[in-house]
Every structure is written in structure tokens, then in C-alpha cells.
Design a protein. Sequence first.
Length: 402
Amino acid sequence: MNRIELDRSDDLSGLISTYRPGFSLDARFYSSDAVYQRDLDVVFCRNWIYAGHISQLPKPGCFFLMEPGEESIIVVRDGARSVRAFANVCRHRGCRICTAEAGEVKAFVCPYHAWAYELNGRLRSKRAMPKDFDRSKYGLKPVRCEIFHGLVFINLDDGAPGLIDAIDEMNSSFEPYQLENTRVACRETYTVDANWKLAVENFMECYHCAPAHAEYSRCHTLKSPKDNEALRPAMLEEAGRLGYSTTAIDRSLPTDTGLVQYYYARNALYEPFVTGSKDGSAVAPLLGRVKEYGGGVADIQIGPVSFGILYPDHAVLYRFVPRGVQCTDMDIIWLVNQDAEQGKDYDLDELTWMWRVTSEADKKIILYNQKGINSRYYEPGPLSEMEAFTSGFIRWYLAQIE
Ligand code: FES
Ligand SMILES: [Fe+2]
């Protein structure tokens, strides 16, 4: 990897001040350890980050991990059936406690010297410690955790405003889907050797859809602003009749650090597509309280690195997890109605086809993007009007890390 580090004299503010609005970012934003560390400290530690879905925690003791950068957060259902989050760091000498990325436990037992913690984080047993040792002082460190329509979010910043209140106006957008009554049918991780921002920038624009995603572009009018505008009125009328919210919400660019970004908009699908599938036909039973297929598709965002596509019969949720300066996990889950049975109500290959081919293609172009940026010949290039959200993301990002 051609790592371009910031010079000692060349501090972050200096780098930010070189940014030319309407252009892509300088290579150092995608290669410098100092910038990456700043990204982790600010973007991933001061914002609400989507971690997973409640159906991944069906019983007390079920847990999964969310691991941005060097952090590892345990999200668990405790004995009282509440969902909680804790730092995955032992209070003895700091060993990781959970080493599997998901599982079910009766208690968290550290693999190093076997200190054991209850599901609510309290230290239960420790070996060979002095008589006057006060266990109550050494519980797992809690991390804030809130649930919105079945989606679990965490925030490492104790001072950040709450999530649920901040995104109150999104309730009517989510309510018809009843995502709290869905379950994960499939989970897939695509690891790409590229900086996390390239994955997000890619997801935020559909300028690349026509050239890079033939399958998506047959189905989604988002690939063509002209088609999207032309088909929007009829789609919105039908969506309203079916009970979906037709009000677009765009709070993707809050200017103050710590405020939640969120976005909801419906977009039309080309006929005869009723969902994101290979041939256009339905791939699963309808979600929520809507009784007919149709009404287009909802594109959503909550927080800086989590996006979703809500079809009438399934939802696809993305989280981008930075694993290194130039390594990012694109974690995807496919949600179906909680009563839907695989093999009877849906076929897993049909359900996941669209976002498998799309994600495979994205993984390649994001990697090629990073490789080009690592070249000495790269210089920031001008963005298209079809990359308005990417441009917005860059402005938001620079304001965050400043
Ligand atoms: S580091 Fe966990 S028990 Fe020692
Ligand atoms: Fe893409």
C-alpha cells in the first residue's frame, strides 16, 4: 500500500483547508493513519452507529459484536430481556472477553484469568483477589444503546443527544414496515481493502449505477434522474394509497457535530418490478401492515454509516465498519417477515440475489477506486450533479473532523 502520511508540519486543519468544494478528497484522507484515527475518534465514537437487528438477540444471553477500528462493543440481551451494550474489555487487565462475533452465553467469562460478568455487566466472580476487593467497582463499562423499530444503535459518546427523540419524524416512514417484527434471513460481510469513506461515498451516489450495476439499474429508477422524476408522481400516489409515508425527509447534512443524520425517500421501480429481484416478482411475504405489493422502494439512512433499502417484502440493511486505514467491512443483513419460512415462503438465493450481485460489483469498484487514489498520479476530480449526496457527505465529514 502506498501510505501517504501527513507531514509533521502539515496538520489536519491544513489538509482540510486544501479541500476544493465539488471535488473528491485529497489522497491523504484515504491513506493517513492520523486521519484514520481522527475518523474513529469523531465519526465512530461521537455518533449513533447502527449495530444490528433485535432478531439477532432472540434470547437472554444472545450477543453480537460491533467492532469499529480498535473498539469492540458487545450488544447483548440480558436476563431481564433488555438490550444492553458494553465495552468488550475486561476490567482486570483489559483482555477481550467475547472473541466470537456472535453467540449465546450464560455469563461473560474472560478467557485470560476467568473473571466472569453477568449479562447486565456486573462482575460476578474473580479468582484469588484480596478479601477487601470491591466487585461492584469492576463491572463492564456500559455503552449507550437505543432501539428504533427493531434496529439497534450504539453511541460511545455519553454526552451525545438521544437517538429516538432526534429522529422522531422518521417514525411514520418506518411504521408501515414494522421492522421490529422481522428477522434476519441472511447476513453477509464483504471485506474491501479500501478506506471506509470510499465505501460510503460509493453508496451515496447512483452516478455509477448504470455503468457498474446492470442488475440494479433494470429495477431501480434511481439510476436515471429523468426516469425517476417521470415515474415519481404515479408511484407516490400508489404508495400513499397502500399506506406508506410519501413525505421525503432529508436531514443528511446536520451542521453541528453529534447531531443525527437521517434520510427517507421513496423511489419508483421500473415495471414490472415489485421488489428488488431477478425477474421483478415478489421474493417474500409482505412486510408489516401493507396489504399489496407496489409503491416503489424506500431508501433510508440513519447515522453516518448505515443505510437501508426497504422493499415491500424484504429489507436490506448496510453497515460500514472500518477495520483499518484501507480495510472496511460492508456488513449486510436481509430482513424478512418474522413468520416467513425459508423454502416455503421464500428462497434464500432469490431473496438475496439483487444485493449480492450489487455488493460484489461495489466491492470491486471501491477497491479499484482505492488503488487509483494510492497512485502518485491521483488528484481530486470534479463531482457530477448525480453525486450530490457524496458531495454532501464530504462536507459533513470535513465539518465533523475539523
Ligand atoms: S484480563 Fe480478564 S480476567 Fe484477567
Ligand atoms: Fe454501488
